[in-house]
Design a protein around this ligand. Sequence first.
Ligand code: PLP
Length: 511
Amino acid sequence: MPKRKSRPQKRRRSSIIAFEMIRLDRTATEPLHEQLYRQIRDELKSGRFSDGSSRLPSSRTLATDRGISRSTVRLALSKLHAEGYLLSKPGSGTFVANLLPETFLTAGQAKTNQPIERPIRISDRVRAIPDRRVGNQFDLGATGAGPGVSLIASIPAVDEFPITVWERLRTQVLAKKGVNLLRYSSNRGDADLRKAIAAYLCDFRAARCHPDQIVIVAGMQQAMLLSAMAVLNPGEVAWIEDPCYQQARRVLTLAGVKIAPKPIDNQGIVIARSPKEPTPRIIYVTPSHQFPLGVTMSFQRRTAVLDLACAHNAFIFEDDYDAEFRFTGPPLPSLQGIDNASRVIYAGTVSKILCPALRLGYVVAPEPLVDSLVKIRSAMDQHSSPIDQATLARFITEGFFLSHIKRMRKIYAERRDFFIKQFNELLGDRFTLQVPEAGLNIVAWLKREEDFPMIKRITSDIGVRPSALSFFCIQAKLKPAFVFGFAAWTPTQIRESLIKLASALSTAARI
Ligand SMILES: Cc1ncc(COP(=O)(O)O)c(C=O)c1O
């Protein structure tokens, strides 16, 4: 007899199998109960239901659904019981057995009997994407950040997202617009939301735009993909910052363009070009706050990039992902705002301001480009959730957006100051912090380059996982450094993680 566990067992939710695919043929010579037995057995043999939580419908339901008698059903089920496919749990019903008879029958069979599978042919497009993750490594998303305190870069404080307000507004828009929010909707995006975003951008990002220039998208990545697909043919050249946001590189590769990495100096992207070098069709930049180095593009460099784009009939993709979080002085105006030649495709996202899970962003496109972007979106996935778009429109027009930004700026400024102070105290002997004026990340340069492998190993062992700066580099050969995120965690959590890191490093150094 198996020992009973003293610990209370967690109740597992059971799901009822529908057996929708069963087809009974009344004209066949095979009796109905045999047909039913055979078809249920074949479904169970697929193994999809043998995790102990799949319940069979009652014999009455099965009989009614199939238009047969209950005795026919009982005959079929009793045979399945007898053969070990089913298990009765008094008071709960009939369940699929955890171990099906086939498990025993096939357990001893040699693997060599399996047919040799030919490798699946994968397109060059997929193979070109610079992304080595496999299987469940994708489950944590592109940043690799799960719950817990990891100090991974680029993670906003999602626990500060005003869920109650959001849910209230969501209920209100659903009550007001009802089924209109359940239909296919505009490929350009919700009209109220486009209006609200245009007003916000003109007011707070010094952009020059009207609502018809706005296209609502599923975040910055989609903004990049649409833009690259709209203005570049496969094989044409995109200039990209190096180091850069890893997703930008992946997206542009997916769009089939040729990536030409450009270094960063203390004014932003370096646009000097040898005469033989092909001119770009698009230039990807993060002028407000370069990712990951944190440089703000100087005014001089902004005008130089605009001039270059004008001279070569190229576009500039302005990724304005976290300009709202500037800690010294007011946010800088966008590049789009000083563009007099319709060269800038501006894009923003709610991933940092609110939360990444919403997958909402916006593009401000030069007018002649808008329809092309929308045409691609229509062919791709049509539109973002109308319910979320309408809720965001209300969130902005009722003032919650601005007050949330203001509140978060204060929280982030406090966390940033705290991080810098604690970091310098605990780890200042090993790293030099490069403190940026904006953003949710800080680069820490190693004082002794030879420490890099040891620090890399230890950070991954202890779960405090700043990214190595080299992860974001394409060709750039920079001194070793790590990019830390500080925004998503409380001061206590930050301190605990830094202490953990400092003591793990000291222990390793003593060994
Ligand atoms: C440079 C940059 N752009 C954009 C994003 C956000 O993109 P998305 O809107 O696709 O979440 C990030 C997130 O870390 C980023 O670092």
